[in-house]
Write a protein that binds this ligand. Sequence first.
Ligand code: FE2
Length: 167
Amino acid sequence: MNGKEIIDVIYGMNTGGKEKMFFLKTLTIDLLDKEDVWDDIDNLREFFNKQLIVHFRNEGIMINIMERELALTTEEKGILSEILAEHAVIIKEYEELNKFIEKYKNNPQDRHIRESVIDAAHKIFGLLPPHAAKEDKYLYPLAKEKLSDKHLKELEEKIAGYKFENK
Ligand SMILES: [Fe+2]
């Protein structure tokens, strides 16, 4: 890998993530209509655990390097910390969703719990697209424009242990 390719690798996960968003959508619909929703729930968990969490981590590493090394404007700094804060919110909402899913597993007939699962999935489904759009608009162009070869090498080394898992 050379130069800015590493940014594309991280970004590729961003667009891949958007494609996988349908899991959240199908989950919310299937819980209402389908008898067996556990395949959808497993898919959703796999997407979060194997891809999204690692993706957030990689973006976090990139943002840390940007904050440390680049002469950023106040506005740019603000956007980067917003993005990090949004990652934390999305992960927290996912943990909430997981809690409701566990409850649902034990009480599949409970209408109230089922509605809580749907609400929690909806919440994440609402958070992800504007978050990804913000990154597309600000984070990735800024990273591509300003990170030097030295920064990119550091970034690549730091995420190296994860890049195969990402594919
Ligand atoms: Fe992100």
